[in-house]
Design a protein around this ligand. Sequence first.
Ligand code: ADP
Length: 865
Amino acid sequence: MKPFELDFKNLADHAPVLIWVSNTEWDCMYVNLRWCSFTGQTKEEALGSGWRNALSENDLLTVTNAAKQMQESQQPFEVEFRLRRNDGKYRWMNCHAIPHISASGEFLGYIGTCVENHKEHLLREQTVKQEKRLSKLYEKTPALMQSIDANGTLLSVSDSWLEHFGYSRADVIGRKLTDFLTKESSRDAAVQMELFRSRGHCENIGLQYLTGDGRVREINLNAIAETDFHSQFVRSTAVLEDVTEARKSLRKLQQTRLAFDQSGEAIFWLSLEGKITDANQQACESLGYTIDELMTLSVWDIDPNESRGNWEQAEWQETFAKSKTFRSTHQKKNGLQIPVEVNAKLINVDGESFIIGLVRDLSEDLRHDYEFSHTKRRLEEALRSGNIGLWDWDMQSGVVSYSAEWKTQVGLPTDCTIDGYEEWEKRVHPDDKDQAVLRLQNYLNGKTDGYISIFRFKHEDGSYRWIRAQGRVFYDADERPERMIGVHVDMTDQKLAQIELREKTAELEAIFNASPDLFFRTDRDGLIQDCRVSSEAIFPQPEDGYIGHKIQSLVSSDVAIDYNHAYTNLSNTGQSQTIEYRMRINGDQVWHQAVLVKFHKTSVAIFIRDITDRKSSELDLIKRTRELERSNDDLDRFAYVASHDLKSPLRGIQHLTKWIREDSEGKLPETCNDHLKRLDEQVTRMQSLLDDLLQYSRAGRVRVAVEAIDLQEMFDEIVGLIQPPPMAKIQLHNDGIDLLTGRAPLFHVLLNLIENALKYHNRDDPNIHVRVTETSDLEYVQFEVSDDGPGIPSEHQKQIFEMFQRLDTSVSGTGMGLAVVRRVIEARGGTIELVSQPGQGSQFYFTWPSMRDLPENDFDDDKQR
Ligand code: ADP
């Protein structure tokens, strides 16, 4: 043995580990002492293949296999096997071998060490077994479980996990957990992971997992972290709970609760003992309690009609077995009571019974009911007063109901029963029937938008009334016509008025068309909108016709001004305006009279008439009147001049005859004296003729001061002046009329008439009456002077009022009396007339102004003459 070998053996024998050396054929070449003391083998027993005897038979194959492999690869190796200890017990050893290479590099075999690791091995074996069992358990657990590593990679999942989400294990293991989450949850998971790392656990994390077929599941996750020896996160194991259904139910529950709370009705849950166990928001609001307050109450605390006694009776439950609706009263927290309708039912859920009460507040309904009936009554009244009949046709049953007013319209008693469509059809006038039925059908077939029809409708008394029918179809939920409701309005009066109006209009039109007037319709400013041109009235016509031109533009500028005035006055006063103007048309002077009348609201109707003829005769008349006036004036002037100027030569003649008589005192023969006397008489007569003439000419011109007239006094003075015969009777009849007028003219008129009555009387006992009476015209009074004399034949009655007209020449007179009387009266606006029949006396009637003398404007000064 070489010294090195000795050293090695010495060292090896004392080492605390088992050491062996083998050749390439696994024959043992050496074992150390520790081997021998451990196994109880002698070195010799161990050499060669003897070492195998110390090995457990169970591991022999393992070791042999490992040895074979190593022989080929010549690599170091490690193997565990059981070695029989010297007490016969096998111990697990950890054997480590390295190739034994010679200095020349030759592979000589192996040198190995064996260290007992029996306890560790058993522990490890147990752990592995445990782990295997655990992982089996893990895989087979009905819980959804998953493990991930620090990167979020799935290490393992339970079978139920795979089944639940619809994946195979191969799909899952090694993939990132986030591949199985919705996008949103992936983000959540990342956040949660951070928290989880720091805390080491997490509870109730909500994540959304995606299933293999793309559905989303709501998952509730609880996880714990596993850390290594250095507290480094190794993996996490989580238990998952699928809460999708639970969430759904929860949501449903929440919705139900919301609906329950939001439902318009108050809902109470009652225990069988009548205690309120729950109530919705409406219930709380309607009674003014909080939910907590309500839950301390019983049903009789909120419903005065309920009592504890009722609820204790055995049979009460039966009353609620079927849902029961009744009216009651609920008392609010503030003591107010409200009318309610309760629908209560006994309900059994999962063996637990309770009562649900749905309560509706009727206060509003009752108010609506009241308002509805009120409105209905008002509607009925309106229909009645408007003479509107109502019909309601149920189109599916064919029944028609007719309102009381409908029946009244046709003269039927309101309580009679009629309900057929034929009732309507049979009453429509034969001439109107086709169109009435057609209109109805057209409406029902959708050809027209509405149904309105006017027809004659038979009344019970046989007459026909004009009816306007109007109606509308109402459709049911399936868009089928359900009913048609309509009205009948009796419009006979309007219709007759309309017919009359139409006839009248036609008549008027005919008259209008026949009238010679030219007609224009213009706007308020004169713009012509319409015209009717007659052949007789002419008006300047523009080439493009009248319409669209202003009437003012068709006439001369001064006539246009007249029109403008007329338009302004018309619009200011609303009164029709008449203007007359002259214009030149086709070289002729034409007179027009235009009447402007308001027409409708914004128009003006103008009737233009050619008044040229009338105007020229009017002008003629004016001319002639003027001439007449002038000749009258001339006559007046002549009469005045003649009477005035002729009087002085007459006075001269009178003086001359007087002087002749004085000079020829008794010298002239009797005949000459006679002639002189007659000459005197003629001159006197001539003088009185001239006086009367002068009086006549002044009669209408001389104005006198007015004074209060005492008629009786004036009458007495006249009678005194006349000195009537003794048998004569002259009377004044005045019923208190006072006059304020010129005295002298009235005195003159009365004196003349009374004088005439006496002068021309044919008896010694004349009866003369003077009467004063009021007239309808307050300005004048009427005088009557009547006598019972011979009267005046009718053919002379006009004549006596003319100048120098006398009927009876046996009496002295000039025939000027009545002429002057008439002139005096007429100058004051009065009139005089005579009523007389021969043999029956005469009555002179004249009117006289009661408060003035000559009218102001008729006053004509003497100086003008
Ligand atoms: P005179 O001035 O001459 O009286 P009047 O003009 O007064 O003339 O009368 C004209 C005529 O009317 C008289 O001539 C007389 O014949 C007739 N006459 C007037 N008054 C009456 C009378 N009251 N009754 C009958 N005849 C009368």
